[in-house]
Design a protein around this ligand. Sequence first.
Ligand code: DC
Length: 680
Amino acid sequence: MYSTAFLDLPPLQAAAGEVHLPGSKSISNRVLLLAALSNGTTTVHDLLASDDTRVMLDALRQIGCTVDKAGSTVRITGLGGRLPQSPAKLFLGNAGTAMRPLTAALALLGGEFELSGVPRMHERPIGDLIDALRQLGCQIDYLGNDGYPPLKIAHGQGVPALALAAPIRVRGDVSSQFLTALLMALPLAAGTQAIVIEVVGELISKPYIAITLQLLARFGIVVEHQNWQRFTIAAGSRYQSPGSIHVEADASSASYFIALGAIATSATGQKDTKSGIKIQGVGLDSIQGDIRFVEAARAMGAVITGGPNWLQIERGAWPLKAIDLDCNHIPDAAMTLAVMALYAEGTTTLTNIASWRVKETDRIAAMATELRKLGATVEEGADYIRVTPPAQSADWKAASIHTYDDHRVAMCFSLAAFNPARLPVRIEDPKCVAKTFPDYFEALFSVAQVETSHIPVICIDGPTASGKGTVAAAVAQRLGYRFLDSGAMYRITALAALRAGFAIDADHEARIATLAQTLPVRFEGGKVWLGSDDVTEAIRTEEAGMNASRVSALPAVRTALVDLQHSFQRLPGLVADGRDMGTVIFPEAPLKVYLTASAACRAERRYKQLISKGFSASIEDLRADLEARDARDSSRSVAPLKPAQDALVLDNSDLTIEQAVEKVLAWWQERQPFAASAQR
Ligand code: DC
């Protein structure tokens, strides 16, 4: 997951390959609650790991369910008729799929509970559900504004007496989650009589109700409905665990990759690469309503085939075809259509999307604002959005996309990186995708293809102990870029050579070069591995540094390490530190920094570093060593240490690390096309 302040996507071109999507959020949280209310233990497979499921699992533990989690499998032993543990204060983040059904279930089960969330959750309506529950006789108070969380359920005396004789009426035109909440909770109260729920107003998002009904059936509850207006829960209903259940991959998440397949070319120039995008985990027979996004994407030009648990997408019509579509049946996935509209000929109109206004953010306003930043012409209404793409390539603008703590805004706007103007796209707060798809960007990068020259590289070269390693790692971390410590390559090569019994000299050059070419090196979890040996510490000694300097003077060794270093230039970008990053390895890099500091200052830093690690050292000796090392690195025949012609020199003798990092980031920002005003 990218936890950076923003993530810059370089202009993307083609895409091909296979993605495995995480489990559906809607299914995950429904299954968790049903398992929690059931008799018996349920093993849930392929559960989505996300903020919303995490808050649900925490809440279920708090009310007394046994929850064992191992990877994406969770075992839950349900209450099975026991009373929940209370009083309890439940924090539910921004998870509507936890807030609404838990409120209903806990109100019917009895006990004392406070349910709250993030500030946005306290702006998302719940009044229609509370009205329905109060009608039944449940005692629920608003702790903040009427009609919104936070809430208090107060049934100190246990299970409330419920008025079930008359049909329970609930509005269906604001959020279908209110009806889902009642459908999942009311079987708790079904005794000798059936329970009837009547929907007031036109029911929106019917497909989500269909998921609820399908899952209830898996847990032994039969619900019949008449025309989506009147729902009957059979008398004597009892939740029974199915034992084990698989969570389908999220069909809304699939929409980004379906769109990707429709937008990106498959051309790679490599014969063995597969064409198109294959999605695993969800297929044409999905129980999720958003699978009908497939029809909309086809209407825009995508060529889609599929089977029970997979989909395959190829680009068809190009440019895409504009559509005019009632999106009531695919409210979440329809946001992806609004971004696909950027690649269509003509104007695309998406209607019947009023529910967008009460989601994680006001999605109509958010989509309109951000699409305009990219250069589109957008008209918005209470329940529709109309998008006309930039007239020509030159009308596209480089935008910093604000994401409003809304995962879907972040994910669908990543598709703007395929713009014909080849502009990068900045996604602010990329970690908001954690709500449903924590590794979304990793999945995108695994199939997106881009000309290597478009993958940005920041080079930070300089003499030993100048602080370049620390600064480069910090810059990489701030940008979410990969990090190449090229000195480590030479250090590891020297170590491997000595372990193989080779002296580091010209006589052994060819053999050491062969060794370097097939170096079994891995950088994982902050550690450096040579084969199965952890060499993190071994390569950091002064002696290892000297050996590295000697091995690095052998031209054949330098050549042997070129490919390995180039292989680090991958999406979304790279920060590389060393001696010749800017001069030899990445000569086209858009930013080259030559980081230096006075010899006295560097000797002192190295001294402090060694002392803090418990080594003894003398400043004079260290200074003599590093001056000797600089002399060798600067005077060698190949790739000597020197600033690249276009490098910016940064003497950080008097700067803190943070100041040096800020300086490099400021230089980087100056080179970006995003308007500074777009940043918050
Ligand atoms: O940056 P460092 O101290 O880990 O580097 C160890 C040695 O490796 C250094 O003295 C010279 C050599 N080196 C190099 O020649 N080219 C690089 N790009 C990085 C390091």
